[in-house]
Design a protein around this ligand. Sequence first.
Ligand SMILES: Nc1nc2c(c(=O)[nH]1)N[C@H]1C(S)=C(S)[C@@H](COP(=O)(O)OP(=O)(O)OC[C@H]3O[C@@H](n4cnc5c(=O)[nH]c(N)nc54)[C@H](O)[C@@H]3O)O[C@H]1N2
Ligand SMILES: Nc1nc2c(c(=O)[nH]1)N[C@H]1C(S)=C(S)[C@@H](COP(=O)(O)OP(=O)(O)OC[C@H]3O[C@@H](n4cnc5c(=O)[nH]c(N)nc54)[C@H](O)[C@@H]3O)O[C@H]1N2
Ligand SMILES: [Mo]
Length: 759
Amino acid sequence: MASKPPKSDPVQDAPQVAEPKHAAAGLPAIGHTLRIAQQQMGVRRTALTLLRVNQKDGFDCPGCAWPEPEHRHTAEFCENGAKAVAEEATLRRVTPDFFAAHPVSDLAGRSGYWLGQQGRITHPMYLPEGADHYQPIGWDRAFDIVAEELAALGSPDEALFYTSGRTSNEAAFLYQLFARELGTNNLPDCSNMCHESSGSALNETIGIGKGSVLLEDLYKADLIIVAGQNPGTNHPRMLSALEKAKAGGARIITVNPLPEAGMERFKNPQTPQGMVKGAALTDLFLQIRIGGDQALFRLLNKLILDTEGAVDETFVAEHTHGFEDFAEAARAADWDETLTATGLTRDSIDEALKMVLASKRTIVCWAMGLTQHKHSVPTIREVVNFLLLRGNIGRPGAGVCPVRGHSNVQGDRTMGIFERPAPAFLDALEKEFGFTAPREHGYDVVGAIRALRDGDAKVFFAMGGNFVSASPDTDVTEAAMRRARLTVHVSTKLNRSHVVTGARALILPTLGRTERDLQGSGEQFVTVEDSMGMVHASRGRLEPASPHLLSEPAIVARLARRVLGEASTTPWEEFEKDYAAVRDRIARVIPGFQDFNARVADPAGFALPHAPRDERRFPTATGKANFTAAPVEHPELPEGRLLLQTLRSHDQYNTTIYGLDDRYRGIKNGRRVVLVNPDDARELKIADGSYVDLVGEWKDGVERRAPGFRVVHYPTARGCAAAYYPETNVLVPLDSTADTSNTPASKSVVVRLEQSAAD
Ligand SMILES: Nc1nc2c(c(=O)[nH]1)N[C@H]1C(S)=C(S)[C@@H](COP(=O)(O)OP(=O)(O)OC[C@H]3O[C@@H](n4cnc5c(=O)[nH]c(N)nc54)[C@H](O)[C@@H]3O)O[C@H]1N2
Ligand SMILES: Nc1nc2c(c(=O)[nH]1)N[C@H]1C(S)=C(S)[C@@H](COP(=O)(O)OP(=O)(O)OC[C@H]3O[C@@H](n4cnc5c(=O)[nH]c(N)nc54)[C@H](O)[C@@H]3O)O[C@H]1N2
Ligand SMILES: [Mo]
């Protein structure tokens, strides 16, 4: 059966609103998934493909970075993983005829949803300077164009090499090697907008920017705190792990301004009982104000310090540094200030404290709700203080658990996708490949946008992703992009970054995870690293979407040969032919990958070393785990304003929109909605169902406006509002970023609501 044609562009979405749900997954989820999957893939392909997700001989689910359990069900069923797969394995195609029929000026007027729904790109495409149509181009000619533009630069630092987190380890390793042989560390990535704050805080405090727990630790925990995360939508398989943890006696505290259905109750679609009744997950819900987490953890730390025998004195003495300064700051924490910052009641914090003190093994999980604020790094440092106090790092059932987004975002960083590489990494790279690596730090995402805006960067190359839509300050970013000489995107699907271009543009279509990758030495597989530092193979089985696609490693290898020529002694041709040759090099350059090829043959994969987790060793500047004592901050909200968080609906994958529903939150057929607390709405005299413009207020005085949002009265915390990304990225100022990590503060946007002109 063929797939159904995509729906036409909805001129304006028409949201319908019902009561939010109080449970996630279960039977409705299965129906919903199969419907979306079959529209894209047809029945037969749906069945064959979904059976292969996260199986031991199959491909890694491109949906998220949550690890696979050891005992996988025939279909580790996850609704949103299935949707991610369906998007890639779709039978719809974007061919040269499509580009002949649709000028770029037409495509630039379409929604991101419509663009994505057109299907997989089949041919390399080229937009010459001044042209309004992309035209097909041969691969060699495409690489010539990139080489021409790179050669014309005054310095390699005028080129930017962006990465989105779906890129495999092998492709990422080659990509950063190419950029560095060319002579630049300009390797911004999606992580700069995502968990950079976690990396910054963890590197400084525990000496490694990764989480310290494995899946089995969750099952051993007494207490799991899930703060600033919506796993029901974004990491659905995490709910099975939480269910199992609860069955083993764990208790769960959820910290969130929104009551998210998945954390309330989970109907496990893998078990018959689960389907019907479901398990209540959250024991205590702390409905916090946006940005109140640092204050909350600071006060909990004070209360722990004030409780006789609650501090793990031995651990603190043996393994930590900076306790006295931290304790002094924590003892000064103030109840009133905390209640204002958090909007919580005294009783609920007391209740949380009881659970904390009753737990011998505590894990804190978090995602974007903690990382995308001005004070995100001190917030996550405070979480680390909280865990260190009771010795909760480096023993079973306890630790830090930043839950990563993109399925290989953590692996890409391990492979050296980073604008500020460690000297030891560059030393190893130089030794292995015999070249001189650039030492100056490169641009991160925000820096890259500024460089394009100011004419300091002229070539933008993206390994996946949708830079224009994912980045903050959409108008600024789009204008910056248009100043580039050349923009190049290695992509599977059409998105806005292909139609807001530099003077010239290229689309280089590539294989997805689900597809067979045949090279000179035979069929290839790639590897990925999940959120818990487990590395394993991923092998696609489907016929590629088009015979004209190249794999990501092949694209990098060919580009490198064309651009670097004789100057490079790296065996790019061999790397393209056989990815095992790439893994041999990774094994020699990156610690923890010894015998990579042999160890990855184990279908369960292997765990990368993690000194704090494995040996309670903290490779920080002090050689110990560092307590820190930053001043407590929380967002200031002027009278009559709301603090807007920009978040994901249930039917999207970042900038890829699967559909217009957000089932658990009761929203249907529309994305331009803003969730507002009914008491705030009453005070602001904004009726449910009315239409407002969201107007950003930032100290630069520039008016940023997102027009025409339907108001939904919704039980979010007071003073807080929520609306979907990327429609609201226009409101996030480029300069509004987290201290230290420079991550856009996408969850702390001060807005006023103005009645829409058309309303
Ligand atoms: N289906 C699907 N899966 C995905 C993605 C997707 O788009 N779709 N994206 C992937 C990626 S790249 C990422 S990074 C992850 C994102 O995963 P999440 O971080 O879960 O994604 P968001 O939708 O941004 O949700 C942020 C959550 O934090 C809460 N929050 C907001 N502000 C605060 C705050 O100040 N304090 C606290 N305590 N909570 C707050 C919000 O209410 C919301 O529940 O998911 C990954 N998985
Ligand atoms: N306001 C606001 N902005 C945000 C966020 C937020 O919460 N609020 N979240 C931020 C976060 S956490 C992230 S991670 C970023 C995401 O930023 P990105 O990673 O740049 O964006 P995605 O939407 O995930 O990229 C989707 C595109 O990737 C391409 N693609 C898909 N699969 C493959 C593949 O296998 N290979 C290649 N080469 N391309 C592929 C497709 O063309 C698709 O259109 O957005 C950030 N922006
Ligand atoms: Mo992310």
